[in-house]
Design a protein around this ligand. Sequence first.
Ligand code: F6R
Length: 607
Amino acid sequence: MCGIVGYIGDKSASSVLMEGLAKLEYRGYDSAGIALLESGKIEVERSVGKLINLREKLSDKKYSANVGIGHTRWATHGKPSFDNAHPHSSEGLTIVHNGIIENYIELKTMLKEKGFTFVSETDTEVVAHLIKSNFDGDLKSAVQKTVQHVIGSYGLAVLSEANPNEIIIARKDSPLVIGIGEGEMFAASDIPAVLSHTRKFIFMEDGDITVLRKDGYTITGIDGQPVDREVKLIDWNPVMAEKAGYSHFMQKEIYEQPRAIIDTIRGRYSLEDSRVNFADFEKIQSVVKDFSRVVIVACGTSWHAGLIAKFYIEKFAKIPVEVDIASEFRYRNLVIDEKTLFVAITQSGETADTLSALRIAKEHGAKVISVCNVVGSSISRESDSVIYTHAGPEIGVASTKAFTTQVISLFLFAIYLGQERGTMSSDEAGRYLGEVLKLPEVIEKVLEQDDNILKLAKQFKDASDFLYLGRNVNYPIALEGALKLKEISYIHAEGYPAGEMKHGPIALIDKDLPIFILCPKSSVYEKVASNVEEAKTRDGIIIAVVTEGDEGLKGICDHIIEIPDIIEELSVFPTVVVTQIFSYHVAHLLGLDVDQPRNLAKSVTVE
Ligand code: F6R
C-alpha cells in the first residue's frame, strides 16, 4: 500500500503534492518522491525514510512547476532505498505506482531484450519502460496498451515531457480518486490528500484510464471507450477523511481485511496447475524435502498465527511442528540442526525477541523463513527467504489485518510444503485454493454483522472478566480474541482450549461471566457443543459464534452470532473478525484510545 498524489493547475505543484503526501503518510513511509514538470523538463526529487527527509531536501529548491505527481512508499518489491523510491522514469516520462505487478519478471526480460536498462529492483520501473516502449506521441494510448499487458494491481499516475498539459492515471484493484477543482485537477489514492482543495470527487473503477487536464478530465475503459462516472460531494471533516470515514485506524484496518487478503495471495497461486509459488524461495526450494521438523517462533498475535499454522503444516505436509514464544525459545537448551526449518512470524520484522531467536536458530544451522509485513526490516534481511504479507501499514497498535494476512500466507505455505514434499495431491491443493478464494466474501459477510456485534458490545462492555473458548484451529482464535479484548479495553479475558475448561477455569463460571464460544461447523463441533452445555449448566452467559443455519445451539446459548459456511481450516477468518469487531466496539464504547492503548507499542524492539 503506497500513497499517490497528482496535480495539474495554477498552484505550486510541489506544495500541493507535499501537502497531499503528508496526509497519505499512513499508507507508507519508507521513502517518498515527487516529479515536477519544470519548464518542460521532468525534475525528480526522492528521499529514503519519512516525508520529512524529502521536505528538507526541497527546502532550498525553488520550483515553479504547476504540474506534478508524488508518492509515499510501502515497499513490496525491493527494499526501501533511494533507487527503489518512486517516481520511476524512462526517458522523458515518469510514473508513480501503488500495487503489485505479478508478471514483472517476464515483462522485465522482454524489455531488457529491447535494450531498456533498470536501476531499481521494483516492479514499477518495468511499467515505466513498458509505457515508453508503447509511446508514439500519445501518452494515453501508451498507458492503455501498457495496462493491457500488465497482470496485477495498480494505481498509476504518469507524467511526460512530450504531453505537458496532462497527467494520465489508471486503476485496477488499487484505489484512485479524481479531485475536481476550478481550473485545476487532482489525483490521489485517498481523499484526505486533496480534501483541502476540493470536495468534488470521482472514485475511479477498475480498468478506468483518465486524462487529467487543467480544465477537465476524460475517462475511458481499458478498451478506449468513454465511460461515465458519478461525481460525489464529500462532506467529511479532515480527521474523518484520514481514516476514510472510519472512527479509528483499527476499525478501518478490520474493514480492509477482504482487500488485504486478496493482495496477500495475489500472484502466489495458480488454479490451472493447482500450485503455490513464492518469489525468493531458491534457498528453501532445494532443501525443502530434507527438513524433519518445523519450528515456528513469534510473539503475541503473531504467535497465535503460528499456532494455527501448526494445524495447517502438520495436516498438509506431515511434518512435526513446534510453536514457541520467542522470549521463551531464546533461553532453552535447543535441539535444532540443519534439518530444522525455522519460521519467524512478525508483522513489524523488528521484534527483539523474535530476531534473537532467529539468530540462535541460524547459529544452530537451521534454514530460516520469515513471514513479515515490512520489506527491508531486520528480520526479513536476516532470513533465507521471506513471505511478505502485503497487508500495507497497520497503524492501530492492535493487530488485525496483519494477523489475517499472516494466517493466509501460512496456509499457502503449508500447501507449498505439502506439494513439494509429495504429501498433498494437486486435486487436494486445488480444492483448498478454491476455498481460499471464498474468503474475501466470507469476511465481507461478517463485516455486515457489525451492528449485531455492536449490540452485544453495549450489553457486555461493563463486564469485568471474559472467557474465550475454542478447539482445534479455533483454540488460537480464543487466545487471540481474549488478547484483543485485553489490550484495547483493559478488561480481563482468558482464552482456553474448550476441552481444557473442566480442568480449572470452569470454577470461574457463574451468572456474571460472559463466555465467547467459537463453535463453527467442524470436526470437533459436537465436542465444543458439549462444552457449551457444561458452561451453561454453571449459569455462564454464552455468546456462541456458529455457522449460519446451525440450529443445534440456538436453544442453549444466550446470544448467537452467525458466520458464513467455510471449511474448518479457514473458519478462523470469520471467527477472528467477530472477536476483532467486538473488542473494537467495547473499547470505543468505554471511551478508550483504541488505536494507541496504554503501555503498548507497535514495534517491540526491546527484550
Ligand atoms: C497484539 C500485537 C502484538 C504483536 C507482538 C509481535 O495486537 O500486535 O501482540 O503481535 O508484539 O509483534 P510482531 O508481529 O511485530 O513481531
